[in-house]
Write a protein that binds this ligand. Structure first.
Ligand SMILES: [Zn+2]
Length: 55
């Protein structure tokens, strides 16, 4: 019986975060803490970004 999940998360220090809603979209296996800011696919976030770009 293996418990993969608890082992796997140990090195997942890279976090991909939506810069609009601040939700952690997924994690990446990195050896140090890193944050990547992106925009998720929620309509509210996409449209907000679009408005900001247009100004
Ligand atoms: Zn979002």
């Amino acid at each position: 019986m293996r418990n993969h999940d608890s082992v796997n998360t140990k090195n997942e220090l890279g976090m991909v975060i939506c810069k609009v809603c601040n939700e952690v979209l997924y994690t990446l296996p990195t050896n140090r803490l890193k944050k990547f800011y992106v925009v998720c696919h929620k309509e509210q976030c996409v449209s907000k970004t679009r408005e900001g770009d247009m100004k």
